[in-house]
Design a protein around this ligand. Structure first.
Ligand SMILES: [Ca+2]
Ligand SMILES: [Ca+2]
Length: 280
């Protein structure tokens, strides 16, 4: 797997507690604290997210960087893509994908000639990625991160070509590869030109469920796991779908658990959960 060019920028260490996790030898291993997309660039003329700007870099705040033993904990690591690539996404997501209590970074990485892939990064660079879709101007939209099949391991859900193919794909990080574990047609979560990704993951007491849209945006769909992902029509698309409201019969007394960083299904509006979209 081709690795992105790495440029390490040792900047001022943020004031934060020591949270590195000791390994079996007692030494500290690096932990990603924050991740953000940086270096806006117009070198990819796709504009699927509403403008011609994508991102050329990924900035991580890492504690106990193994390559910087003389630097105090809490350094910034700048991962710069080659000119043939961009990060084509609205944010860099953090989630522990392999159960080691250290979060990985999940982001859409696009090759200018071969389209998008879903990539996973760590403090030392790229860990794994799906194959590029294979054609310029083809994209995928992350949909959620959770243990969808209930086996104790975390999966990532995304929609493959949300404006064309509209297929939900669920992958799992296994070592240095992302293995596809399920695929389901007839679902989407993005409309061309919107600078947000719609829907997301919630738990109404029966495990995580994805909230998505029909390809024509006329219906709201939810996807649960029953020996594989199963989509259920839960009604017409209203002006706004609340990710924070469960059907009354399912969770009458509790609010759903909404995974952070994901958006409401919009007709308008630009708010993803409680976070603000990065400036573009
Ligand atoms: Ca991890
Ligand atoms: Ca799982």
């Amino acid at each position: 797997m081709r690795r992105a060019a790495l440029a390490f920028a040792f900047l001022a260490a943020p004031a934060s507690a020591e949270i590195g996790l000791p390994d079996a030898q007692g030494s500290q291993t690096p932990v990603v604290l924050t991740a953000e997309l940086v270096q806006p660039t117009d070198r990819y003329d796709h504009g699927v997210l509403g403008d011609a700007l994508e991102w050329g870099g990924l900035r991580l705040t890492v504690q106990n960087c193994p390559l910087c033993s003389t630097i105090p904990p809490g350094v910034q690591v700048l991962i710069t893509l080659p000119e043939s690539r961009v990060f084509e996404d609205i944010e860099a997501r953090l989630a522990d994908l392999n159960g080691d209590n250290r979060r990985e970074v999940i982001v859409v990485e696009t090759d200018l000639a071969r389209g998008a892939s879903l990539a996973v990064y760590g403090p030392d660079g790229k860990i794994a990625a799906t194959p590029f879709i294979g054609r310029r101007h083809r994209w995928l939209a992350p949909a959620g991160i959770a243990d969808f099949d209930g086996d104790g391991r975390t999966e990532i859900a995304y929609v493959d070509r949300p404006h064309l193919r509209a297929e939900l794909v669920i992958v799992r990080l296994e070592g240095d590869r992302l293995r596809e574990v399920a695929r389901l047609a007839g679902l989407t979560n993005h409309r061309i030109g919107e600078d947000l990704i719609s829907g997301g993951v919630r738990d109404c007491g029966q495990g995580p469920e994805l909230v998505l849209a029909s390809p024509d945006w006329g219906r709201v769909k939810r996807v649960r796991w029953a020996e594989g992902p199963v989509a259920e029509d839960i009604g017409p698309m209203p002006a706004r779908v609340s990710m924070r409201r469960c059907p009354a019969a399912e969770a009458p007394l509790t609010r759903p658990k909404v995974m952070p960083g994901w958006c409401r299904l919009p007709q308008s509006g630009h708010v993803c959960g409680n976070r603000t979209l990065p400036a573009r």
